[in-house]
Design a protein around this ligand. Structure first.
Ligand code: UGA
Length: 438
């Protein structure tokens, strides 16, 4: 098929490269000049495992080209895939201005029958509105299809080829079947439904995963009070196949460009629809509170934060990415600096991205040992394997009393750290956090 993919962010670039590798001809559209220049050099403008290989292979096959002009790209295209940003506005509402601009350009320039596939996350009901507002005005037949994505950053290429399901929202079965041809080489359950339901699947999936995280964080907080150990609790709870073992990792909570945006977006949509989504409101509130709890743990153990030297390991919102959007680490660092702490921070991939968003006094380094030298406490904010596997014996000689480790991801070997003489403090890891030896 001749495809146009609009918006070369995380979703768009992965879709464009993977579809090009599957034998389609892809014209990839990106308006941002700097990003376009990087792509034209055959480079990926952000860190995503395996994506550079896929891009190189697509370029070698001559199956992908990059342009800034959607109008030109539309010539000869049978399908346009939209993957432009739909960020949150201050009140939680979803900003659809980029979608509107692209739809307008499509209807002005489409010369032949076209399928428009929406991969950007848009609120349930948006597809119907977009069809009425834009497509109805087009001179040629244009069909609207919702095809939400479930790609995780850091694992997106894997998720593209091995998804749990492919969801197609379309009111026309024949068009839905044509869209499914794009995924002919992907072995996964393929489900077809109406457009609004497909849009809801995306929000419901992200909101449910966020709910699991906030739920286990509440159980961890309660475990600390009653003396239960969250590692034992979460692993046994997760053995129930109706619950499952995933997304039961307690700690600083969720960040990133998706869960915060989509939970707030769904909350806004609910309110706008006249419904109070109480559970979702609690999920959001719990997630914000986890960051404050991390700061309180540091304060409780250090006595005060003012003048204390504290290292933060991890700036990306999760391992495997250089994405810092809504990262708990950045929020916490600003909080600590406001309280007068002297903060250093490290990340293997995200130092450059973080630098413009952090106070100038924060000492940034990609070397964790440098970051940890002379500090009294460390907060693990992102569980990069590099940090989990650090030489903690050596670090003991670099750090100062009271050798406090706040494990914001419950990822470190607590028993070993206690043996080495650290004051260890996890989230609901009660059995360890009161014991101190050495
Ligand atoms: C998420 C979804 O997992 C994808 O399916 C979806 O396509 C994507 O959002 C999106 O809407 O585009 P992503 O944001 O890349 O993907 O990250 P996740 O791996 O889901 O993690 C989200 C956050 O939850 C991270 O901050 C992570 O540290 C946190 N998390 C995850 C926990 O705190 N505990 C857990 O047990 C799992």
């Amino acid at each position: 098929m001749n495809l146009v993919v609009v918006g070369m962010g995380y979703v768009g670039l992965i879709a464009a490269c993977c579809l090009a590798n599957s034998g389609h001809h892809v014209v990839a559209v990106e308006k941002e000049r700097a990003k376009l220049a990087v792509l034209r050099q055959g480079k990926v403008p952000f860190y995503e495992e395996k994506l550079d290989e896929i891009l190189q292979s697509a370029l070698k096959k001559g199956a992908i080209t990059f342009t800034s002009s959607l109008t030109t790209a539309l010539h000869g295209a049978t399908t346009a895939i939209l993957a432009v940003g739909t960020p949150s506005l201050a009140d939680g509402r979803v900003d659809l201005s980029q979608v509107y601009a692209v739809m307008e350009e499509i209807i002005q320039n489409a010369r032949d029958e076209l399928i428009v596939i929406m991969k950007s996350t848009v609120p349930p009901g948006a597809g119907q509105t977009l069809s009425m507002r834009f497509l109805a005005r087009c001179k040629v037949p244009v069909y609207y299809v919702s095809n939400p994505e479930f790609l995780r950053e850091g694992k997106a290429v894997w998720d593209w080829y091995k998804p749990d399901r492919i969801v197609i929202g379309c009111d026309d079965q024949a068009i839905a079947q044509r869209v499914l041809e794009l995924y002919a080489d992907v072995d996964a359950p393929k489900v077809i439904m109406d457009v609004t339901s497909a849009e809801m699947v995306k929000y419901a999936s992200n909101a449910f995963l966020a709910t699991k995280i906030s739920f286990i964080n509440e159980i961890a907080n309660l475990s600390e009070l009653v003396g239960a150990d969250i590692d034992s609790v979460a692993s046994a709870v997760g053995m129930d196949q109706r619950i499952g073992p995933h997304f039961l990792q307690s700690g600083l909570g969720y960040g990133g460009s998706c869960f915060p945006k989509d939970t707030n977006g769904l909350d806004y949509i609910s309110s706008f629809s006249g419904y109070r989504f109480s559970l979702l409101k609690a999920v959001i509130e719990v997630n914000v509170r986890q960051r404050i709890i991390a700061v309180r743990k540091l304060q409780e153990k250090l006595g005060r934060l003012y003048g204390r030297k504290i290292a933060v390991l991890g700036l990306a919102f999760k391992p495997g990415t250089d994405d810092i959007r809504e990262s708990p680490a950045l929020d916490i660092i600003k909080f600590l600096v406001d309280e007068g702490a002297i903060v250093s921070a490290s990340d293997p991939r995200a130092v450059e991205n973080s630098s413009p968003f952090l106070p100038g006094c924060v000492r940034l380094s990609s070397c964790p040992y440098e970051t940890l030298t002379g500090v009294e406490a460390v907060l693990l904010a992102t569980e990069w394997p590099l940090f989990v596997d650090l030489d903690w014996q050596k670090i003991k000689t670099l750090m100062r009393e009271p050798f406090l480790v706040v494990d914001g991801r419950n990822a470190l070997d607590a028993d070993r750290l206690v043996e080495l003489g650290y004051l260890y403090c996890g989230f609901g890891r009660t059995k360890r956090f009161t014991i101190r030896r050495g």
